[in-house]
Design a protein around this ligand. Structure first.
Ligand code: CTP
Length: 208
């Protein structure tokens, strides 16, 4: 069964002024391996790379909203900045004015897309957690209408960014789990793609 995967990856950037932005440590490595895995399995790939193809959270929300309808699987691996400056300054902000920068919350893209989700579509999301790992991941799974969530631990000493082996937990809607104490991102990406294929199959043949 050949499917159409819509993948978002990499960090969003939230402009502050013409020379500065807010962002995070994401390198987009997982997205690159996911894209390779999708192609290797012969599926169609629609890949949105942040920040090159969608800079801010609101840019990404717009692109994904336009492209969602034609996707069988959405893999939301983008590291979305949860906040942005309330206003983008047209002029470079002088350093003695930094405390005038106000932040506002960005939209939760997945939660918004969940409202448009078709029953035949599969959503895969990620969760980076430092505490109450499973409680928080399960709450995201539900809130964002996910079929599968990839949970990773992040602490001061464990930073799962870049091309390295990571600890990962794959949790499905039925709360079944696969635990990987240490796995390379390439291998994990291949497993995620296979799991997504199975979930699409199950959603189309619920009695099998
Ligand atoms: N996500 C999203 N829109 C946001 C933030 C995150 O769609 N504004 C997506 C991410 O791409 C990821 C999932 O939601 O697939 C969980 O992201 P994460 O940063 O772990 O959680 P948040 O929803 O941002 O919650 P919190 O920061 O409170 O942990």
């Amino acid at each position: 069964m050949k499917l159409r995967f819509l993948i978002a990856s990499g960090p969003t950037r939230e402009p502050i002024d013409p020379v500065r932005y807010l962002s995070n440590y994401s390198t987009g490595t997982m997205g690159r391996f996911l894209a390779e895995a999708v192609k290797k399995r012969g599926h169609k790939l629609d890949w949105v790379r942040c920040p090159e193809e969608a800079e801010s959270a609101r840019d990404l929300e717009k692109v994904l909203t336009q492209r969602l309808a034609s996707a069988d699987v959405l893999v939301m691996a983008a590291a979305v900045c949860d906040a942005r400056p309330k206003a983008v300054s047209a002029k470079k902000i002088k350093k003695d004015k930094f405390d005038s920068i106000k932040l506002v919350k960005n939209p939760d893209i997945l939660a918004g897309l969940a409202k448009k989700k078709k029953s035949s579509q599969v959503f895969v999301g990620f969760a980076l957690e430092s505490q109450d790992l499973f409680k928080n991941a399960l709450s995201k799974l539900k809130r964002k209408s996910l079929d599968l969530i990839v949970l990773q631990r992040v602490t001061k000493n464990i930073k799962p960014f870049g091309d390295q082996s990571i600890e990962a937990f794959l949790i499905k809607k039925d709360q079944s789990q696969n635990v990987f104490e240490s796995i390379g991102k390439k291998k994990l990406a291949e497993i995620i793609v296979r799991e997504a294929e199975k979930l699409v199959r199950d959603s189309r043949n619920p009695f099998c």
